[in-house]
Design a protein around this ligand. Sequence first.
Ligand code: HEM
Length: 216
Amino acid sequence: MGMGCSVSATQLTLMSATHDDVPAGTTITQKRSRESTESGKRIIDERLKISENDRRLIARTWKGISRNMEQTGIDMFLKLFQNNFNLKNLFSEFRGLETAEAMRQSQALENHAMMVMCTLDDAICSLDDVDYVQEQLRNVGKSHRRFHGYVADNFLKIEEPFLESIKETIGAKFTPELEDSYRKTINFVLGNLAHGFSSGGEKERDISETSETAVD
Ligand code: HEM
């Protein structure tokens, strides 16, 4: 699994996303320098509620997260389990672990935390291509149907743990404005994971009725 943002892929999508009156041969840097703050507030894509400014803020700070993916991902799941203790039962390898310390040491937790962070990294680095991001996320969401007792809502529970753990990693630079940009982005991501889980397949589930602690 590739780690970190692929600069060239991002540039490529940026180029293909160029649809306005920029003369042929104009570089992205030249184009950007002509952009006013007003245009920065424009929403990139209706499905994704973030603006060009949000995306810039995220791109600038996500680098710090991608250098600390393991730590950030593990912290995020420990926070999730603190408030949703039953969720750890979905992982057979650390179902029996009681303390945060024991969980922190778990290879299974680390593995999944990294899968999650790589999925988030890929999404965040590909915000120029909403079609691609939606398809990827919906597939990952759908893949969670095979876990007995899993419900779509589990994805949404990651919102606060995600924001808290990136806040710790980013530190003082985590302004309310940045938090707002990240909140919009993670809501988009989690909404698509949940959507992929609950629709588009052979077995439609009534998520409002399914209990998280479903018994065998
Ligand atoms: C942002 C949210 C999440 C993302 C992006 C994510 C992503 C992934 C990915 C990419 C895989 C591996 C691919 C696959 O096996 O199909 C996976 C596996 C798994 N996920 Fe998630 N996941 C998320 C949330 C959760 C949550 C909240 C739980 C349960 C509490 C969970 C439980 C599992 C389990 C049990 C596996 C199998 C792990 C294994 O085979 O070792 N996931 N997840």
